[in-house]
Design a protein around this ligand. Structure first.
Ligand code: GLY
Length: 412
């Protein structure tokens, strides 16, 4: 049978075998990590090159960079993302970039405007110190934690989030994320009062921000002279009584972190209950819609029936948007919780959900090509749907928590 047909047959069989072999091989998490970190090194060099004095990456929309000043709550995430790439690769050139980008925030403590100094300094200087042990980084961490602690009112038992004057004393669920700076600083500088503030804030938030089903309100406005609650509301979510996805991710992450750092079981139990609320509502690929209760949001079975992966859900001609940033934060929190909980079923569910989300975010649907999205990594995030801002765009914090999730996944 040595003719053109037999040669064609042999070639076609070899091709089918190659396709079969390559289709049957699921990328391992080690391979995924290598691929993501390589892409991140290239993308972040593009971002680094783009930034001018006083500019920090925020997002990229319609071919245009959206930068932010140093004081914006997200200014620490780009240096922090670089630190995670360095942690995963030991690449000295990435370390040099991470250190340079971190030091661009040297004056942040003078410029800070709200509670988010915790996010800003912990993701940049906190990671820098964790990975290098360089003590010259400590004064910024110490000064930032002191500024954050000054925003604590013992009558309310919480750190004030914002100074906008139309609120009495606003505390948002996001504020749980700023407590990590206080707990780290408490250990570093042997200052127990910082840890005490963090614990009190977490306790009061646990009491007042959560509903019976362990979903959370976005904002609780207190009366600062008495500590009474004036009202509860949303700012970025669909409705006051809805479960805004990123808010739920901050709560899950925040209480998991509180348990990890303090060993206090009540925080573990809170994180487990938040996870038990979230897991049944998550789409199969691990990326939530921007608000679990926004009109038209499919439930898990409807979503799965629609087929995956899908970055949107269409209902009656309207696009229901996912928020990849909430997916990235949850992926990082779920994997951390899976290592801490003693409930073995919950542990495997959390780990599986984290892996699903990481794999989805690392797929072409969400993971930017080289030079696409201006050097950001993760597409299809929602910053503020209600404010009609940052819809279906990359966001610097999605990149940060995505990389953190991968580093944590490999560590645990
Ligand atoms: N303020 C943080 C957020 O938008 O989630």
């Amino acid at each position: 049978m040595d003719n053109i047909f037999s040669r064609f047959f042999i070639a076609a069989s070899a091709l089918s075998l190659t396709i079969l072999v390559s289709c049957s091989h699921e990328e391992t998490m080690a391979e995924l990590t290598g691929r993501v970190m390589e892409r991140a090194s290239i993308q972040f060099a593009i971002l680094d090159h783009h930034l001018q004095d006083g500019e920090f990456p925020r997002s990229y929309d319609d071919g245009r960079y959206i930068d932010s000043p140093e004081g914006w709550w997200c200014s620490g995430f780009f240096p922090g993302s670089l630190w995670y790439v360095y942690e995963a690769t030991s690449d000295e050139s990435v370390k040099e970039m991470a250190l340079r980008q971190t030091h661009r925030l040297d004056n942040l403590v003078e410029l800070y405007t709200d509670h988010d100094i915790g996010f800003q300094v912990n993701s940049s200087f906190g990671n820098a110190y964790r990975l290098t042990g360089d003590e010259s980084l400590l004064p910024v961490i110490e000064a930032a934690s002191a500024k954050l602690a000054k925003r604590f009112n013992p009558t309310v038992g919480c750190i004030r989030s914002w100074d906008h004057n139309w609120y009495n004393y606003p505390v948002i669920i996001d504020n749980m994320m700023n407590l990590e700076l206080l707990l780290n600083a408490s250990d570093l500088f042997a200052c127990d009062s910082l840890a005490q503030i963090a614990r009190t804030h977490a306790d009061v938030t646990m009491k007042n921000h959560f509903r019976g089903d362990f979903s959370s309100y976005h904002l609780v406005d207190y009366l600062p002279l008495t500590g009474e609650i004036d009202h509860k509301q949303t700012v970025q979510g669909f409705a006051h009584e809805s479960a805004w996805s990123r808010g739920q991710s901050w709560g899950l992450y925040g209480y998991t972190m509180m348990y990890e750092k303090t060993g206090d079981e009540k925080y573990l139990s809170q994180a487990e209950n938040i996870a038990r609320f979230l897991l049944p509502m998550m789409p199969e690929d691990g990326i939530p819609y921007w608000d679990f209760n926004a009109p038209g949001t499919p439930d898990a079975s409807e979503d799965n029936a629609a087929g995956h992966p899908s970055k949107y859900f269409w209902r009656e001609g309207e696009k229901i948007q996912r928020d990849a940033s909430a997916g990235a934060i949850m992926a990082s929190a779920f994997v951390a919780l899976s290592a801490l909980t003693k409930d073995s079923k919950l542990s495997s569910e959390c780990r599986a959900m984290s892996e699903k989300a990481i794999r989805t975010l690392a797929s072409p649907m969400y993971f930017a090509e080289v030079d696409e999205q201006g050097g950001f990594l993760i597409k299809h995030c929602v910053g503020n749907m209600q404010g009609l801002s940052e819809i279906d765009v990359p966001l610097t914090y999605a990149d940060y928590y995505f990389l953190e999730a991968i580093v944590r996944f490999n560590r645990m």
